[in-house]
Structure formats: C-alpha cells, structure tokens
Design a protein around this ligand. Structure first.
Ligand code: SF4
Ligand code: MG
Length: 328
C-alpha cells in the first residue's frame, strides 16, 4: 500500500487574549501540538476526540485553509508545506473537504446545479462535461436530476449532506477530509450517509480522513484510528485491534461510554473526571493527568511519547503501558 499523505510533527498555535481584563497579556492556544501520521492510498483514517482537541484544525491545516505553525505535510511524497498561490490552487483539486453543517456550507441563493458545478467552473471544465458530471454526481449520491434547479432549503439535512458530498467529488479528488460529516444529522440518517461514503470510496478510489467526536461513528468506516487529546495523538492503531484492546486510559474511557448493543454484555463504564482543560492552559506533563484515573507523580511532570504497544502497529502515549519491541 502506498502512502498518500504524511504529516510530520504538525503544530498549529494561535495567539489569543488572556483571561485578565486588566492586562493585555496574550496566550497561546496549542490547537495542534506535534501531530504525526500517515494515510495510505484508498484507506480511511478516523480522527477522533472531544471538541476542542484539535482534530478539525489538523484537517484544515492539511488543506492549508489555515497555515501550520511548524511541521511538514507531504502529499504523494512531495513536501507541500510551503505551497502557495497557483501551486496550492492546483493541489486543491486533489484534496477536498466535506463540512459538518451541510446547511451552513451551501450558499442559500444558489441552485444545486450552481453549487455542484462551481468548482468545475473554477477549473475551466467545459460546459458539456460539467453537465454530464453533474448528472452522474447527483445519481451516485442518490439524488435525481430534477433536483438541479432547487435550492438548499428545499432539502432535508441528509439530502443537503449528499449535495455537499457531490460538490466535494466534483473535481475527482484523491483525498477527502470529512470533518464531522454526520454529526449534525439524525442518528437514523447517519448510517445511510456513512454507507454512501463507503460506496463512493470504492467507486472513486478515494482516501478519507474521517473526523468525528464519537468513536462509534468512525468504527465502521475506518481502517485505522487516531485518538486526539488536547492537540496530540494519544493512541493510534488498526481499528479492530484498537477497539478490542485499547491501551490508553483516555481511549478506554471513550470506548466504555459507547452503549453495548447486546444487553447481556456487562461493561464497566470508565468515567473521566472533570472537564476538558482549556487548550490555552493545558496541564504540564501528560495532558490527560488531571482527568486520568491512573495518574501518578511522573504524569504531572513528564509528557509520555507515543510508543509501540502491540506487534500490530498500535501506539499509545502513556507511562504505564508496556512497550512492545518487535523482534526481527
Ligand atoms: Fe494517565 Fe499517566 Fe498514562 Fe497520562 S501517562 S494516561 S496520566 S497513567
Ligand atoms: Mg470540529
């Protein structure tokens, strides 16, 4: 399997005003604070964590919708970190985004035809081809061509997200960053949209980064998962291994909160204490120590690095998880 995207030690720090009303002190929010991962062609990487953990900012930084503070981004082996202007514009064709709120991301004054063909116009695709593509896209996302002349408000939430997906696919991208694409939808509609995205992945050979705050949503669609907490990845691995045998206390807690479909299975709920600390004032040491049920003295001072914790490539950042060294 070939690597399509590689992110190395990515950081995005924002300056924000401090809490004091009386001083002009500025603080820094370390929204993304040293994130590294790869995404292989054709696979789905699920990126999960509570809101404010930096997963959306990670996605937007890859697309250069926000400029990274430091770190490197490689796409098809090419370092795109400092791409600007025309170079970046060309690359936009290959990398698209699907937003959480389909309503807010669709222009209410434009018809569905105008919305979906807009990216094609920007890239000078001839009108005949645009129409052909439009009809095909409507068809593959489960809408019909008579929807073309309608406006976003005439559609349900699920249909609007189908329109957002069709627009994202208009330029035949390789990578699609899906930023909480089903979080705003009714639970009954979520599975339909996730299934549609899986079908489209196969049909168009797409690679996804699927961002969600809910581990149960990414389970079905992801090949691998990365769990983020306060701007850092705390655990990553193949989806089945990670869900069956989570090693990091934060992942364990998130998974224990998912209701079990089978009522005969008793599972123990691990409760994470307190609220997510402010990203402008994160704890020293392991950032999870203020909420971790297993925290010890060392956790308050030393931030644990990600280390290999299984022979299947699972990695976790916790002082008390045993490192597994592969033998060759
Ligand atoms: Fe908990 Fe310490 Fe592990 Fe952090 S390093 S997850 S605080 S046990
Ligand atoms: Mg978000």
């Amino acid at each position: 399997m070939s690597t399509l995207l590689e992110v190395k030690d990515l950081k995005k720090h924002f300056p924000v005003k401090g809490d004091s009303l009386f001083t002009k002190e500025m603080k820094t929010v370390k929204a993304v604070d040293g994130v590294s991962f790869t995404v292989n062609k054709g696979e789905t990487l699920g990126l999960v964590g509570e809101s404010g953990c930096g997963k959306s900012t990670t996605g937007r930084t890859i697309l250069k919708l926000v400029e990274p503070t430091s770190g490197e981004i490689y796409f098809r082996g090419e370092n795109i970190t400092s791409f600007q202007g025309e170079k970046m514009r060309k690359l936009r064709k290959e990398m698209q985004i699907i937003f959480q709120d389909p309503y807010a991301s669709l222009n209410p004054r434009k018809t569905i035809e105008q919305i979906i063909t807009e990216p094609m116009k920007i890239f000078n695709i001839p009108k005949r081809d645009r129409n052909k593509k439009l009809n095909r896209l409507l068809d593959v996302v489960g809408l019909s061509s008579y929807h073309k002349v309608r406006y976003p408000h005439e559609f349900s939430g699920g249909q609007r997200q189908r329109i957002g997906i069709a627009r994202a696919l208009a330029l035949e991208p390789e990578l699609v960053i899906c930023d909480e694409p089903v979080s705003a939808l009714d639970v009954s509609i979520q599975a339909q949209v996730v299934n549609l995205m899986e079908d489209l992945q196969e049909e168009f050979n797409l690679t996804y980064i699927f961002i969600a705050h809910d581990l149960s949503v990414v389970h079905h669609i992801s090949d691998r998962v990365a769990v983020m907490y306060l701007g850092q990845i705390v655990e990553t691995g193949q989806v089945d291994e990670l869900y069956k045998n989570p090693k990091h206390p934060y992942t364990q807690a998130l998974l224990s909160a998912i209701p079990e479909a089978d009522p005969t299975i008793q599972k123990e709920r691990i409760v994470v204490k307190g609220d997510l600390p402010s990203p402008s004032n994160p704890p020293q040491g392991c950032k999870f120590h203020t909420r971790c049920p297993y925290a010890e003295e060392i956790c308050r001072t030393v931030n644990p690095a990600l280390k290999q914790v299984s022979t299947g490539g699972q990695q976790a950042a916790c002082h008390f998880v045993k490192e597994v060294v592969e033998e060759y």
